[in-house]
Design a protein. Structure first.
Length: 346
């Protein structure tokens, strides 16, 4: 083996090792970096128009867009998360303290009027199971406290990820063109192939975001009709909450309908509560599985079944980020397959 071949192989080994090391370093920030890249691609046309309007002040335009994302997306998300964590913490603490001091009967007496009768009836049917519940709640107090602490830690992790996303978004908006030009220059693919992959990435990102926003709007409208029929108090507030929560795949708009149904049940409207619960699960919840794949399919020219399973599989494998990773993985594979057949077979 010649010296040049040995040097080439050793350099290739170093390249693979450095790639693995770089991936290991970037992995903790994979989700915020991915979200920043997607938002940068989607906001790039807005960035260009805003830069021209500000007479070439690229950094100022990027800063304004980052502030818009902060106030329109990140702020409400953090506020909703903080409220949910606080309410969950207070609820767990109240249940544990009430069961410890007054037993299960005391917890039943603290329920609203329509619910306490059902709870007493269930407690009579369960018999000794109520004492077992009291014992279990007392023994699981420390574990519940640790779970609440874990929720607080997760909230802090969310804040960190969102901060990293905003920082990465600013730099990508400021120097995004130079970054993608550098990727194209160092890529071993042909220049046209690299640009084709980047174009497909941008198309998928734009399609997923637009489809998510449109689906959330449709779910909000349908849920608002249910709120009006069921006479939910403050329906406009619940409609706004539905739109925001509908953008979170792990929760979904149906969760807000179920929460409003519980409020109706607690205030003495069991039939309207049942109607709203069924409406939220059977109508509002299923819209997400029909409208979103249909809209993405129209933008990407993919089969509806392919998009549906890409979304479900991506969310199952990567969590909320899978909403983007799933369609991106499928679209990238199909693009690479098309490029290979076009450039190397035909």
């Amino acid at each position: 083996m010649s010296r040049d071949q040995a040097a080439r192989r050793f350099l290739f080994v170093l390249l693979i090792a450095s790639l693995l090391l770089a991936g290991y370093v970037a992995w903790p920030l994979a989700t915020p970096l991915l979200l920043a890249g997607v938002l940068a691609l989607v906001l790039a046309p807005v960035q260009e128009r805003l830069t021209r309007w500000l007479r070439g002040r690229n950094a100022l335009a990027a800063g304004l867009l980052v502030l818009a994302v902060l106030f329109l997306v990140v702020g409400p998300l953090l506020g909703l998360t903080a409220v949910l964590v606080k309410e969950a913490t207070d609820g767990v603490r109240f249940i544990i303290e009430t069961v410890r001091s007054q037993g299960v009967a005391g917890l039943v007496e603290a329920l609203p009027v329509p619910l306490d009768a059902y709870a007493r009836f269930a407690l009579e049917r369960l018999g000794d199971l109520g004492q077992l519940l009291q014992k279990h709640a007392t023994e699981q107090g420390p574990r519940a406290a640790s779970a609440v602490a874990g929720a607080l830690v997760a909230t802090g992790s969310l804040v960190f990820d969102l901060a990293m996303m905003l920082i990465a978004l600013f730099f990508l908006l400021v120097s995004g063109k130079d970054f993608f030009a550098w990727i194209e220059s160092v890529s071993p693919l042909r220049p046209g192939q690299t640009r084709e992959l980047l174009t497909e990435f941008r198309k998928v990102s734009y399609a997923v975001i637009v489809a998510s926003m449109a689906t959330a709007a449709v779910q909000t409208a349908v849920a608002f009709v249910g709120y009006l029929i069921a006479a939910v108090p403050h329906p406009v507030f619940f409609a706004g909450l539905t739109f925001f929560v509908a953008l979170i795949p792990a929760v979904g708009a149906a969760g807000v309908c179920l929460f409003a149904a519980l409020i109706l049940l607690a205030t003495g409207h069991p039939y309207m509560s049942l109607f709203l619960a069924v409406w939220g699960v059977a109508v509002v919840g299923l819209i997400d599985n029909v409208v979103k794949p249909y809209l993405i399919k129209g933008e990407l020219e993919l089969g509806g079944a392919v998009v549906f399973f890409a979304l479900i599989g991506g969310i199952g494998a990567f969590g909320m980020a899978g909403l983007l990773i799933g369609p991106l993985a499928v679209a990238t594979f199909l693009t690479l397959l098309r490029m290979y057949r076009r450039d190397f077979i035909s």
